[in-house]
Design a protein around this ligand. Structure first.
Ligand SMILES: C[S@@+](CC[C@H](N)C(=O)[O-])C[C@H]1O[C@@H](n2cnc3c(N)ncnc32)[C@H](O)[C@@H]1O
Length: 268
């Protein structure tokens, strides 16, 4: 069957309407590659076949969303979660000890650890006694290199306030923004596979692993929760993504701290 540009555009429009993902934000080639992988998995030969299949199989929407958003991230993704980290979690941890370690697991292009570093750096400005280190890991070394570069286009930093931009970024001549050295100093980026079963540290005060387990099966999710339990110090926090959950097998390892924001505490 001949594939036309119209077939692709119809599918794109349907995705934009149902998943609220703006395909035009991505390179067309990228969208096509991701669609082809879903088409292969569902044995659909053409864009129009796949559109027909999608309409008849709503369960396909979630894997499609995952395929399209695999590395998607942003600064302060889910503002309320970061407000809770800033106003409750970090003050609580610093009440217990002056030096803390955070693990940003599945950090993608770095927006998550740099957001945490901005909060920490602001706290450290007013309290010289506290110190923190963030270990930021991802399995994807290409995306990790981008995270390490710390350079972001204008549209990535739009959600940041003027104060945050001035304090933590330098505007480059080409219009991009580069994170300042004081943020870099708080973070160590490292490749790490969350399925390896071995955490990069066993003295972690807070783990943020957000919007990563959506790609994992139930057993992998349970194994991951067990690894996080081993990595956290007693009373340490585990911050999940808004749509993620703890499986039945492992929920006894943690106490809910803020169920709405998916924040848990390691049980003693
Ligand atoms: C959607 S991004 C989430 C980024 C960030 N945590 C957030 O919430 O905005 C998912 C990231 O998980 C990473 N990832 C997927 N499987 C992984 C694994 N087995 N080990 C480590 N990272 C993994 C991907 O490479 C991707 O960068």
């Amino acid at each position: 069957m001949i594939e036309t540009k119209d077939d692709f555009n119809l599918l794109k429009r349907y995705i934009e309407q149902t998943l609220k993902i703006q395909c035009s934000n991505y390179k067309e080639d990228y969208i096509k590659r991701r669609l082809l992988s879903r088409m292969r998995s569902t044995s659909q030969a053409t864009y129009s076949d796949y559109l027909f299949y999608l309409k008849g199989h709503p369960a396909e929407l979630e894997p499609l969303r995952n395929a399209l958003t695999i590395n998607v991230t942003e600064f302060f993704r889910d503002t309320e979660v970061y407000n809770e980290i800033r106003n409750t979690l970090l003050p609580e941890l610093f009440r217990q000890r002056k030096r803390i370690q955070i693990w940003s697991a599945g950090c993608s292009s770095g927006e998550e650890p740099y957001s945490l570093a901005m909060i920490l750096s602001d706290m450290m400005m007013t309290n010289k006694e506290i110190a923190a280190q963030i270990i930021a890991t991802d399995i994807d070394e290409v995306i990790l290199a981008r995270a390490k570069s710390g350079i972001y286009p204008d549209k990535s930093v739009q959600k940041l306030t003027d104060v945050q931009l001035r304090r933590h970024f330098t505007k480059l001549p080409d219009g991009n923004f580069e994170v300042k050295q004081h943020l870099r100093d708080l973070i160590r980026f490292r490749p790490h596979d969350l399925m390896s079963g071995i955490p990069p540290s066993r003295f972690v005060d807070m783990i943020t692993c957000r919007n990563v387990t959506i790609y994992f099966n139930e057993k992998q999710k349970d194994d991951l929760a067990r690894m996080f339990h081993a990595a956290l110090i007693p009373g340490g926090f585990y911050v999940m993504g808004k749509t993620e959950y703890l499986g039945r097998e492992v929920e006894s390892l943690f106490t809910p701290f803020n169920s709405l924001q998916k924040i848990f505490i390691k049980k003693q």
